[in-house]
Design a binder for this molecule. Structure first.
Ligand code: C5P
Length: 230
């Protein structure tokens, strides 16, 4: 199974974003634009980075009533975006409305249902009233999203194997929570190395701080990419 890397471009400014992409070099295909840059610059920055020939993963983690989420997807349909996240915990009505809107106005956009954030462990889940292990919650949310027609899922690398079993070979599995052996986990709880995530069957690895903090991000990216070969 082919496994690729998406850079989580969580930086302060567009200048920093451009400089970092230059240092990372041409082997990067996917750039994930998340809340930090999007809330500062909006669609302009999406256009700017897409024009540099990257595929864009817009990580807005939509979570609202069905009508509002469908409206957001109609707006995003005009953007050069390939992947868009929404929270599976928004429920089946929200997910079905999102998928329907995607089919109508953005057929080339793939929706990714975020299951449980990789920063959540059993204690964090309990604190928000969910008395389940992360893996049980991830499986339940992914099955529910799949039933609404969604075929892309965000989970931690530790859940890739069971989701692959549950959802089959066509599910597109995206995993943040990636760290190199020497890295700090930071606040992420359910982490693994790029090689282990690829072996488990992930399709796209989201890598942020392991690249952003590297002295030589091009070299670290090359090392990660080499470790993904099947
Ligand atoms: O720096 P790090 O590699 O931890 O970055 C992970 C990225 O993946 C962040 O941009 C974060 O917003 C995103 N993410 C996550 N957990 C999810 C979904 C997205 O960490 N479940």
């Amino acid at each position: 199974m082919k496994c690729e890397v998406a850079l989580a471009l969580d930086v302060e400014s567009r200048e920093e974003a451009r400089a970092f992409l230059e240092r990372t070099g041409p082997s990067l295909k996917w750039v994930k634009i998340g809340l930090q840059l999007y809330t500062r610059y909006g669609p302009d920055l999406v256009d700017e980075i897409a024009e540099m020939d990257y595929s864009i993963f817009l990580d807005l983690k939509l979570h609202d009533i069905p009508n509002t989420v469908a409206g957001a997807i109609r707006s995003i349909a005009a953007f050069p975006v390939s992947l868009l996240t929404l929270h599976a915990s928004g429920g089946p009505e929200m997910l079905s409305a999102a998928q329907q809107e995607r089919n109508q106005s953005a057929p080339r956009l793939r929706l990714l249902a975020v299951t449980a954030l990789t920063s959540m462990d059993a204690d964090q889940l309990k604190a928000v009233g969910i008395d389940k292990t992360p893996v049980d919650l991830v499986r339940q949310l992914a099955r529910m999203a799949s039933g609404c027609g969604i075929d892309g899922f965000v989970c931690s690398p530790r859940e890739v194997t069971v989701l692959r079993e549950d959802l089959g070979p066509d599910a597109y599995l995206v995993t943040p929570g990636i760290r190199l052996p020497a890295d700090s986990p930071d606040e992420q709880k359910r982490i693994t190395t790029p090689a282990d995530a690829a072996k488990a069957g992930a399709n796209l690895l989201v890598v942020g701080r392991s690249l952003l903090r590297a002295d030589n991000p091009a070299e670290v990216l090359a090392t990660i990419q080499q470790s993904l070969a099947p």
